[in-house]
Write a protein that binds this ligand. Structure first.
Ligand code: HEM
Length: 646
C-alpha cells in the first residue's frame, strides 16, 4: 500500500506541473473537479487557450467540444436557490398533463419549475451593493447603449424572430417586484442626452431562501417549464380566462384577434404585459394551432371530453413551440453547420430524424437526443430558469424604430418582396394602442410585414431610444404612471440581482477573461468610450455592455458568452422536463397528437397549416425567421459532420 503522504505529494506534483497549462483564474475550480472532469476541462481549456477556436473546427469536432463543455456545466454551473423541498414526490401517472401553475412535473419535487418558485443560478452571486450606481446606469446607457443609427442583422433574422423570442420569454420568466420604489437620476454630464432625466421603478423583491450560501433569492412569477404559459397563463385564474370550456378550445376572435376583456378592452390570453402587436400575432397563431389540434383529437377520439382535449392539445402545442424554437429559431440565430447539427441533435439525436421517426428513441442522449429520454435529468438540482438566463436574454436591441407595413394586395416583386405601404413608429405598435392601431390590418399583412423586415443587431449603440422613455405595464397590462428608461433599468437590474459583471461572468463559465479592452473588440471608438465610462477597470464593465461589445462568431447573431448560457439552459429545458422525456410518447400525447409533433418541423409548417398559400406567395427564404426575400439556404453535397465552417 502506498503511504498517504506520498499520494498527496504526488498529487501536488502533478498539479503543479499541470497548473502551468491552466489560466490562473481556474486553478481553484480545477482542484474541485472530479478526476475525469479535470481531463475534460483540460481539453476545452486547451482549445480556448491555444486560440484554435472550436467554431472553426470541422462540425464533428465542434460538436465534441460543445458536448464536453455542456457536460462540465451540468456538473459545475447549476446552483440551487431556495430551500430544497426534499423528496416531496407524487405519482406521475396522476398528472399526465401540464398543470396551470407548473406543479407536478418533476416526480421528486412537485414544486420545481412552478410559478412563484425561485430563480436558480448558473454561478455564484456577486454583491454589488457598493457599486449599485457605479458607474451610473444612465451614463452607461447614454454613452454605450443608446442607438445612434439603426444597425440591423441584414437578412439573417427578422421581426418574426424578435417577436418569437419575446413570446418565449413571456412563457419562461418574469421577476416578482416589491412594492418599494427606487428612483434613478441622470448625472448632469448626460442629463441633456437622456429622454428621461430621472425615473421611478419597483425594486425586485428579495425573498429569504432558507439556505446558508445564497441567503436571498428572487421569484419567477411564470412557470419555468416550456409549457406555453405565454398563452395559457401561469395559474388557474389566468387559464380560466382563456379557455372556452368547449371541446378543449381557447378563445380567439375571427382572423386571429386575441379575445379582449369586455370591460377594459385588454387582451385576456396568458402574458399580456409589455407586449406588442408582433407578439400577439404569434400568440393568436398558436391559439389557432391549439384549437386545430382539439379538432383533430375530437374527430379521432370522440369520447374525449373538454378537459382531456384541452390537456392533450396543450401538451402538443407546447411541444410544437419547443421544437420550432430548437430546430428552427435557434438554428437561424446561430447560423452555422455545427449549431444546426447540435440543435437538431438535441431533438433528434445524432442518428437523425428519419431514424427516430422510424425506430423511436434509441441509445442515450447522444444518439437519440434529449427528447424522448427514458427519464428526465436535472443533474441533482431542482429545475428552474436562472438569473443569468434572464440577463443574456436582454435582447431589446432586436427591436427597430419603425414597423414597416407591407402592401399584400399587390403582387410580389423580386424574391417575393412586397411593396411598402406605410410605416408605424414602434412606440405606437406597443401595448393596447398598438393592438388597436394594427389589429385591423389583418394577420397576413402583419406576418408578411414582420417577415420582410430585419431585426436590429445585438450591438452597442443599437438600443432603441424609444425604449428609454417607455410606459411599463402592470401585470394586467394596464399602463403605469411612471415611464422608465429601459436601457438604464436593465443595467441596474443585473447589478441589483447580483449577476456578476462581464469578466467575472466569463470566468464563472470557464471562458478566458479579457485582460484589456482590445481583447473584446477592435473598434477603437468603442474602446475609447469603454475607457471613458469604466476607466481602465475592465472588471467594472457591465454584463450587458460586454455581451453587446464582444466580437461575434461568424454566423452568430449573439456573442459566445451568452451562447454558453444557452448551451446549458436550452438543453436543460428539454432534459429536465418529464413531458419531453419519460412522458413524451403516444400514450401521454395520444397517437394523433404525437404524430402532430413529429410532423411539425418549423414555423413555416404552422403558417402553412392555418394560412395556406401565404408563405408560397411571400416567402423566398428557407426559414420563416430569416428575412423573407433572402435566398433559400444552399444545398451542400459534403456530409454535414465533415463540413468546415465557411
Ligand atoms: C415592444 C417590445 C417590448 C417591450 C415594450 C418590452 C418592455 C419590457 C419591460 C417594461 C420590462 C421590465 C423591465 C424591468 O422592470 O426590469 C422588460 C423586461 C424584459 N424584456 Fe422586454 N420588452 C419588449 C421586447 C422584448 C424582446 C424582443 C425581448 C427579447 C428577448 C425582451 C426581453 C426581456 C427580458 C429578458 C426582460 C427581463 C424579465 C425579467 O426581469 O424577469 N423584451 N421588457
Amino acid at each position: 500500500m502506498i503511504p498517504f503522504p506520498f499520494v498527496c505529494w504526488a498529487k501536488n506534483l502533478v498539479f503543479s506541473l499541470i497548473k502551468h497549462l491552466i489560466h490562473v483564474d481556474f486553478h481553484e475550480i480545477f482542484q474541485r473537479m472530479k478526476p475525469m472532469d479535470r481531463v475534460l476541462f483540460l481539453i476545452i481549456h486547451g482549445v480556448d487557450r491555444s486560440g484554435m477556436q472550436w467554431h472553426r473546427f470541422p462540425v464533428f469536432l465542434g460538436i465534441a467540444y460543445l458536448l464536453t463543455r455542456r457536460h462540465l456545466h451540468n456538473q459545475y454551473s447549476l446552483l440551487n436557490v431556495g430551500k430544497n423541498p426534499g423528496n416531496d414526490g407524487f405519482n406521475p401517472s396522476d398528472f399526465r398533463y401540464r398543470t396551470a401553475d407548473g406543479k407536478f412535473n418533476d416526480p421528486y419535487d412537485k414544486a420545481a419549475g412552478s410559478a412563484d418558485s425561485f430563480f436558480g443560478r448558473n454561478m455564484p452571486p456577486v454583491d454589488h451593493r457598493e457599486g449599485l450606481l457605479k458607474p451610473n446606469p444612465m451614463v452607461v446607457a447614454t454613452k454605450l447603449l443608446a442607438r445612434r443609427q439603426l444597425i440591423d442583422t441584414g437578412k439573417q433574422f427578422n421581426l418574426i424572430a424578435a417577436s418569437w423570442i419575446q413570446f418565449m420569454i413571456h412563457d419562461w420568466v418574469e421577476h416578482l417586484e416589491s412594492t418599494h420604489q427606487i428612483k434613478l437620476e441622470a448625472p448632469e454630464n448626460v442629463a441633456d442626452q437622456c429622454p428621461l432625466t430621472s425615473f421611478m421603478f419597483y425594486e425586485t423583491k428579495k425573498v429569504n431562501t432558507g439556505l446558508d450560501d445564497i441567503k436571498k433569492g428572487h421569484l419567477n412569477i411564470k412557470t419555468s417549464w416550456w409549457d406555453g404559459s405565454s398563452m395559457y397563463g401561469s395559474n388557474s385564474s389566468e387559464l380560466h380566462k382563456v379557455r372556452t370550456y368547449k371541446e378543449g378550445k381557447l378563445k380567439i376572435v375571427k382572423d386571429n384577434h386575441l379575445q379582449q376583456d369586455d370591460q377594459d378592452e385588454l387582451d385576456i390570453s396568458g402574458t399580456i404585459r409589455n407586449g406588442w402587436i408582433g407578439v400577439s400575432t404569434l400568440k393568436g397563431l398558436f391559439i389557432l394551432e391549439h384549437n386545430a389540434i382539439c379538432d383533430v383529437l375530437k374527430k379521432e377520439y370522440p369520447d374525449l371530453d373538454d378537459e382531456s382535449l384541452y390537456r392533450h392539445a396543450r401538451l402538443v402545442t407546447s411541444a410544437v413551440m419547443a421544437k420550432i424554437h430548437t430546430i428552427d429559431w435557434t438554428v437561424e440565430l446561430l447560423k452555422t453547420d455545427t449549431l444546426r447539427v447540435g440543435m437538431r441533435g438535441n431533438w433528434y439525436g445524432l442518428l437523425g430524424k428519419r431514424f427516430k421517426d422510424t425506430f423511436g428513441h434509441v441509445g442515450g442522449k447522444l444518439l437519440g437526443g434529449l427528447v424522448g429520454l427514458k427519464e428526465p435529468n436535472n443533474y441533482g438540482v431542482p429545475y428552474s430558469l436562472t438569473e443569468e438566463f434572464v440577463s443574456v436574454y436582454r435582447l431589446h436591441p432586436l427591436l427597430p424604430d419603425y414597423f414597416y407595413i407591407r402592401d399584400t394586395d399587390s403582387p410580389p416583386g423580386p424574391n417575393k418582396s412586397p411593396n411598402l405601404s406605410h410605416k408605424v413608429e414602434m412606440s405606437n405598435a406597443i401595448g393596447s394602442r398598438g393592438e388597436k392601431e394594427l389589429a385591423n390590418i389583418g394577420f397576413t399583412t402583419r406576418m408578411v410585414s414582420m417577415g420582410h423586415q430585419a431585426s436590429g443587431a445585438l450591438e452597442l449603440w443599437n438600443y432603441p431610444v424609444w425604449l428609454r422613455d417607455v410606459v411599463p405595464q402592470n401585470i394586467d397590462a394596464t399602463d403605469r404612471f411612471d415611464h422608465v428608461d429601459l436601457a438604464s433599468l436593465e443595467i441596474y437590474r443585473d447589478r441589483e440581482r447580483n449577476v456578476p459583471r462581464y469578466n467575472e461572468f466569463r470566468r464563472s463559465l470557464f471562458l478566458i477573461p479579457i485582460s484589456k479592452w482590445e481583447d473584446l473588440t477592435n473598434n477603437q471608438d468603442v474602446i475609447d468610450t469603454l475607457r471613458e465610462v469604466y476607466g481602465d477597470d475592465i472588471e467594472q464593465m457591465d454584463l450587458l455592455v460586454g455581451l453587446l461589445a464582444e466580437r461575434k462568431i461568424k454566423g452568430f447573431a449573439l456573442c459566445e458568452t451568452a451562447f454558453v448560457i444557452f448551451l446549458i439552459m436550452a438543453s436543460r429545458r428539454l432534459e429536465a422536463d418529464r413531458f419531453f422525456t419519460s412522458d413524451f410518447n403516444e400514450k401521454v400525447y395520444t397517437k394523433k397528437g404525437f404524430e402532430w409533433v413529429k410532423t411539425s418541423e418549423s414555423l413555416k409548417d404552422v403558417l402553412d397549416r392555418h394560412y395556406p398559400g401565404m408563405t408560397d406567395r411571400w416567402m423566398n427564404s428557407t426559414s420563416a425567421f430569416t428575412v423573407w426575400d433572402a435566398s433559400p439556404d444552399p444545398v451542400s453535397r459534403i456530409p454535414i459532420y465533415l463540413r468546415l465552417p465557411q
